[in-house]
Design a protein around this ligand. Sequence first.
Ligand code: B1M
Length: 232
Amino acid sequence: MSDDQYEEDLDLNSLSDEELTEQMHDDLYDGMEDEIAQGTNILLGRGWMPDRVLNEALVGGMNIVGVDFRDGILFVPEVLMAANAMKAGMKILRPLLAETGAEPVGKAVIGTVKGDIHDIGKNLVAMMWEGAGFEVIDLGINCPVDKYLAALEEHKPDILGMSALLTTTMPYMKVVIDTMKEQGIRDDFIVLVGGAPLNEEFGDAVGADAYCRDAAIAVETAKKFIAAKRAA
Ligand code: B1M
């Protein structure tokens, strides 16, 4: 269906919350940026909290994309379009999630590790940290160890966050942490790691302070470690 025909045929405003959420899952799947932005605004207009829109409409839709990508039904170009549609929704939610008005509770540097270009989860964590009152320096994707170390030196954050979505790139977190140990700076920072293929055992094995299963847990964990650091 062409976009024009889509607009003629379907008025997103006329759908119930449940229908609209399902429609947004379909639109995300089809990489329809404008419709995702429109759906996001409609749900917010209906009084949905930004984190509910994020989790139910956007992350829920991306999970469906992930399953079909894994099963060979979707390929890289389609998944990239879905990712761009998701970002159109996230762009609207970002300022709302960050709108706490609180004093900065701490500073964090975050980046996706070398060899890995997945950034949606990392961006979500950065957004949620900002929303919780952290100052966040986002190093982007494909970060080599030198880039992390330079950022630690320059920004002197409380937290270093690393993200990896591939089983082939997640071991790079150990390279970063080992280099920090060699340079005698490991204990100067709280190191938090996350990404779909990781787990707690992996976090322990690479020498991180904690593994964070999702962005909400990344907020809780960051706050917990900051509180302990301040108390000490
Ligand atoms: Co990729 N990809 N991908 N991909 N991709 C996965 C990860 C995969 C699981 C798909 C699959 O097979 N089911 C699979 C990895 C398999 C494996 O390693 N075992 C895979 C593959 C194989 C690949 C390529 C190799 C494909 C190819 O080229 N043949 C390639 C690799 C490119 C590279 O990085 N070098 C590739 C490429 C891509 C796209 C570019 C097309 C696109 C990325 C676009 C972008 O990010 N801008 C893409 C996408 C979108 C995915 C899936 C479908 C979705 C990832 C995502 O955004 N999820 C993914 C399948 C899946 O995970 N279901 C897949 C939504 C996001 C909100 O969740 O990132 O898990 P997530 O983040 C969560 C938590 O994990 C946690 O909090 C977040 C929010 O709750 N978290 C952290 C994440 N980082 C954290 C950091 C923290 C704390 C918590 O720090 C403190």
